[in-house]
Design a binder for this molecule. Structure first.
Ligand code: GLN
Length: 190
């Protein structure tokens, strides 16, 4: 198994470290030609969605990535990665991949609560969650499964081959969410 990690900007190296700990092979996607390498799953890291959007456009990576995800490649987006995959962003006009039936609100926790740490349940399992100027899922369609709700806000969902979290599991040493993502890949190849 081999996972491609979008490495244009943001917290991609932390995902790589997490996968290393789990003995899952991964590589960094830095340019369009990297998309031709074999991958069984894809990670969109946290960072700044506006900067990532700019780079995805400049490097002409949108069409191929959109096709790969639409065709069923398992993808895991954290924070800015969640924003990139959403169909709607409630407080912004630019939309990106427009692949997930969710409406997200960016920087949803205000200045004082911009970043916080909490332990709460993901898929009924208690895990550490780090939020950094995080979005949350304001609305979602019927094909979307809610996996975590924190402070009455939906912060992790799955729709078919797409998993997104508003928090950063890669910044903890708890591998549960990454393990969940790997199991989505196994499900697909069964
Ligand atoms: N606030 C960032 C954005 O809107 C996301 C923050 C993050 O990925 N930690 O893109």
């Amino acid at each position: 198994m081999r996972i491609g990690i979008l490495a244009l900007q943001g917290a991609f190296i932390e995902h790589k470290h997490m996968l290393d700990v789990m003995h899952v092979e991964s590589f960094e996607i830095r340019q369009k030609s990297d998309l031709n390498k074999h991958m069984d799953g894809l990670i969109f890291p946290g960072g700044e969605s506006t900067a990532m959007h700019r780079l995805l456009l400049d490097l002409e990576m949108y069409p191929k990535l959109t096709q790969m995800i639409s065709e069923g490649l398992p993808v895991f987006g954290t924070c800015a990665g969640m924003i990139l995959l959403a169909n709607h962003i409630s407080n912004q006009e630019t939309i990106h991949f427009k692949l997930m039936d969710i409406t997200v609100e960016r920087n949803a926790y205000g200045r004082q609560l911009g970043s916080f740490f909490i332990e709460d349940t993901f898929n009924s399992v208690n895990i550490p969650m780090t939020f950094i100027r995080a979005p949350y899922v304001k609305a979602y369609g019927k094909d979307v499964e809610v996996l975590a709700t924190v402070k009455e806000r939906v912060v992790a969902v799955r729709q078919k081959n797409m998993l997104v979290t508003a928090f950063h599991p890669e910044l903890s040493n708890n591998t549960y969410v990454h393990t969940y993502f790997i199991s989505m890949i196994h499900e697909k190849t069964k």
